[in-house]
Ligand binder design. Structure first.
Ligand code: PYC
Length: 338
């Protein structure tokens, strides 16, 4: 049996490890899920105490944001990497807690990221095929590691909050989209097509929509910022998928994967519109052609009618095991400020 603290070797270090150069070392595994990278911190992060993940996320942001900036900003990171800090869980029956972050700040849940976390824990021999519970900032999420190493994430309750909301986008006019929650907030817009040859113009369009939502005060429940923009078009091949998306993340980069929380938001919209039945599979293709399979069950209780519990299945691969070094003499050890 593991104690709560050494279960996944989440060994908080307040003081730098003893070594001749007084360097701080961070033990991490990199994965990618459908092309989207996740950097998973096993050890070397700050001690955030024993509270719920939301409270620990606030402490991390307030007292130790250096972890995020050092690992995600250049020169170590990039705008399209999501970070995942493993934590001892509050409930000893959970596999771990996890706090997700990116180049701009912190995000509540991350579907591709949690698939990466499960792959990394399996790689280190810390979990076996089966079902495992994780504590996230937005609630508990269940992950099943299958024998073929694919992973199914049973996400938090997801829902369409508003249907076909109009926003005035400079240079484009009125754009209509659904506002939906899938662990993060999304504005989902149907488009005739999302073409991987048009990455620049897709990104620019999403940035304009995001700015217009902000400027016009269009928000999610409780005034939450809608920080993910999701454009939808037909799949590249109907044999492969049911739809293709392009998701612009809060840090200004697009998701290479089909986006787990974005697919959850899409499932919630399809369910609310009566276009997808309980248990039916929706295959969501990303802009690079990777695919997640999604399905849902009704949420026992949700903030709105037709809230769903989405299950998203995908696969992650380990790409690196890294011992990051923060040299006190390096003026850019905490990343290049943006
Ligand atoms: O897979 O949920 C996701 C996600 C959120 C941001 C980037 N990926």
């Amino acid at each position: 049996l593991y104690s709560q603290h050494d279960r996944f070797m989440v060994t908080p270090m307040q003081t730098p490890p003893a070594n001749p150069f007084n360097l701080r070392a961070i033990d991490a595994i990199d994965t990618h899920t459908g092309g989207e990278p996740t950097r998973i911190v096993f050890a070397g992060g700050p001690d955030l105490g024993q509270g719920p993940m939301l409270q620990r996320m606030h402490s991390l942001r307030r007292d130790a944001d250096w972890l995020r900036t050092a690992l995600i900003l250049e020169p170590r990171g990039s705008a399209w990497i999501v970070g995942a800090l493993l934590q001892p869980s509050c409930d000893p029956d959970c596999a771990a807690g996890v706090i997700f972050f990116n180049n701009r700040g912190y995000i509540g849940m991350c579907g591709h990221g949690l698939i990466g976390v499960v792959a990394a824990l399996a790689y280190r021999g810390r979990i076996q095929p089966g079902t495992h519970r994780f504590e996230t900032v937005v609630g508990e999420v269940t992950a099943t590691l299958h024998d073929d190493q694919s992973v199914s994430i049973k996400n938090v309750a997801s829902y369409r909050w508003r249907e076909q909301v109009s926003v005035q986008v400079p240079g484009e006019g009125t754009v209509c989209g659904d506002i939906a929650y899938g662990g993060n907030w999304f504005f989902l817009v149907d488009t005739p097509g999302v073409d991987p040859a048009e990455l620049e113009s897709l990104s620019a369009r999403c940035r304009r929509i995001h700015a217009a939502l902000r400027d016009q005060g269009i928000v999610g429940a409780d005034g939450s910022e809608i920080d993910h923009i999701e454009l939808f078009g037909p799949p590249s091949d109907p044999q492969l998928a049911d739809g293709r998306n392009f998701v612009l993340c809060p840090g200004g980069e697009y998701d290479r994967s089909p986006c787990g929380t974005g697919t959850s938001a899409k499932l919630a919209c399809l369910a609310a519109a009566g276009k997808l039945q309980v248990g039916e599979v929706w295959r969501q293709e990303s802009i690079i052609g990777s695919v997640f399979a999604g399905r849902y069950t009704p949420a026992p209780q949700g903030p709105v009618e037709h809230a769903v519990i989405p299950t998203i299945t995908g696969r992650a691969f380990v790409t690196a095991e890294t011992r990051f070094v923060l040299d006190p003499q390096d003026p850019l050890r905490l990343g290049i400020p943006t």
